[in-house]
Design a protein. Structure first.
Length: 305
């Protein structure tokens, strides 16, 4: 099978391993949702971060050759702060929302990336890009259904949707800042250091909600750490082999996998509002990605329409 795989064109190889990466991410989400039925999210995160550090140390030592240092400590700490809330908010949403809904809302990071690119990187946004953002925000409103507040008040608004949006926003800010951070520090040092720092920062919260997990639960948490690390490794190789715009649509495979897991494992199936909102968000996100790819070919850098 390895020989057959190596004979394939690079873009086909990239698509195949991207497909596997999306399956890994979806399996990780389903496993965390199952663990969250009996363990607090902070307990899961602390143990998972520990396993992730163990998985990341070998490549760190290999790539750094004993010279482990952080040049931009300010950016490192800022990104760790953002990642702390993205993990906490994202996993809380996964545990408490239907998997398909949580996954759909995670795609909204594309909108936030545009906003933060304007604020932080001083990029210019044209009217068509703004229109796509407005359309995408409409999709979010369809899923969140804020009009339910007219009959039920603030209590009708699901806080977990807010957690999902906070996670998407902090991930987006992190992705924009990383464009600057990678100019100064090695990616393996950044990722491993963040995994360790976030795990340590989460300990006080985990202590408040601590429930000693069983060996089976520890094994499942270790599995989530392994899946996250493996999926990230696959994505790095996929993006090395072909264009980001070729692979971007396959990110939506996570919705299909998450819907399947939610249906068979948790008896969840998206309602009409979720499907409609997802369609609107996907259409807007896809337009933004295609527009960005087209503009990257233009002669004017840092301009987005």
């Amino acid at each position: 099978m390895t020989a057959v795989f190596e004979r394939l064109p690079l873009n086909i190889r990239a698509i195949l391993i991207m497909f596997i990466a999306m399956m890994c991410f979806s399996t990780m989400s389903a496993t965390i949702k199952e663990l969250g039925q009996s363990l607090h999210v902070t307990v899961i995160i602390v143990i998972r971060q520990g396993f992730m550090v163990l998985f990341l140390v070998p490549p760190l030592l290999k790539s750094s050759k004993g010279k482990i240092r952080i040049v931009r400590k300010d950016l490192f700490l800022l990104r760790a702060f953002l990642t702390f809330f993205s993990i906490l908010g994202g996993l809380t949403a996964i545990i408490n929302l239907p998997l398909a809904t949580a996954t759909t809302l995670s795609f909204t990071r594309t909108f936030f990336i545009t906003v933060f690119a304007v604020v932080i990187l001083k990029e210019t946004v044209g009217i068509r890009r703004i229109g796509a953002l407005v359309v995408g925000f409409t999709g979010i409103l369809i899923i969140a259904r804020p009009f339910d507040m007219f009959s039920g008040g603030l209590a009708a608004l699901d806080n977990n949707i807010i957690f999902a949006m906070v996670a998407a926003a902090t991930i987006a800010a992190n992705q924009v800042i990383i464009r600057i951070h990678t100019r100064y520090d090695q990616p393996t040092v950044m990722v491993t250091g963040q995994a360790l720092l976030i795990g340590l920062a989460m300990i006080p919260l985990a202590y408040l909600y601590w429930t000693t997990p069983s060996w089976k639960q520890i094994g499942l948490i270790a599995l989530t750490g392994a899946l996250a690390s493996f999926a990230q490794w696959l994505m790095v190789h996929a993006f090395k082999w072909t264009k980001a715009t070729t692979l971007a649509p396959f990110d939506y495979m996570r919705l299909l996998f998450s819907t399947a897991f939610g249906w068979f494992l948790f008896d969840e199936f998206p309602d009409g509002y979720t499907w409609l909102g997802a369609a609107v968000i996907f259409a807007s996100t896809f337009y933004i990605m295609r527009r960005e790819a087209k503009l990257k070919k233009s002669t004017t850098p840092q301009t987005v329409e």
